[in-house]
Ligand binder design. Structure first.
Ligand code: HEM
Length: 217
């Protein structure tokens, strides 16, 4: 239970924040996601998203994945070698050694991703997916002890994002307590990503959807 709380809460919260922020920075992608959600919800009286709807949010999913690549909520995982392992170049990692796998490093490795610091959701277009290494995108880690909540997390992210975009337009904001609004992100020694002065965005209600009548009224 202790693991479920931080593993399932902070991670998703971080992924939601970064995705909203990235869409605020890229209004054309934000609008494309909104169009996708509006088409999905067309003709419906309520704002409920069903499980079956999730597969129809393909561009929104691409934006979420690109955010998870750029800003993985978990930056690294560790594994202990249970046997000696020979690596290319005649190197051997002895049994018992703990190895740190940098998810952040993999997601930003220019040999794996071209222009790795650029937000480009089209990397996850199914037409382009084959050009990537199968282990180039591992926000939920990999192997038998990967994240057991990943399907739930992806569903939650899609629902939160879709319902937010249906009601609000996201724009970059300015920290009122900070004179600088540069929004640059710096990397701290512990591999924590922290934005100078915070990442600020504004949620502006969308008139069309706010004026929609609730069901049966
Ligand atoms: C965007 C959201 C999430 C991300 C990026 C994420 C990422 C990860 C990563 C990288 C691991 C480590 C796996 C490893 O050591 O190889 C992990 C483990 C785990 N996650 Fe998640 N997670 C997310 C959401 C969730 C949710 C929603 C739940 C539960 C509802 C959850 C439950 C767990 C648990 C229980 C483990 C430990 C699994 C084990 O040791 O066998 N996670 N997660």
């Amino acid at each position: 239970i202790l693991l479920f709380l931080p593993a399932g809460h902070d991670t998703t919260a971080s992924a939601i924040c970064w995705t909203l922020y990235n869409l605020a920075r890229h209004p054309h992608y934000q609008e494309k996601c909104r169009q996708e959600v509006m088409e999905l919800m067309e003709g419906r009286s309520g704002d409920e998203i069903e499980w079956e709807d999730l597969s129809n949010l393909s561009f929104t999913t691409m934006c979420i994945k690109e955010s998870l690549r750029l800003h993985p909520p978990v930056q690294a995982v560790t594994r202990k070698y249970t046997q000696d392992m020979t690596l290319p170049g005649d190197l051997t990692v002895p049994e018992g050694v703990i190895c740190l796998v940098s998810l952040y490093g993999t997601h930003h490795n220019p040999e794996v991703w071209s222009n790795p610091h650029e937000f480009d959701p089209l990397r996850f277009d199914p037409a382009n997916i084959k050009s990537h290494s199968s282990h180039g995108f591992i926000p939920f880690s990999s192997g038998p002890r990967n994240c057991i909540g990943q399907k739930f997390a992806m569903a939650e992210l899609r629902v939160v994002l879709a319902l937010t975009l249906l009601k609000f337009r996201l724009t970059l904001g300015v920290n009122p307590e900070c004179s600088s609004s540069s929004g640059t992100v710096r990397r701290l020694p512990q591999l924590v990503l922290r934005a100078e002065g915070g990442l600020w965005m504004q949620l502006e209600p969308l008139k069309e959807s706010c004026l929609r009548e609730p069901p049966n009224k």
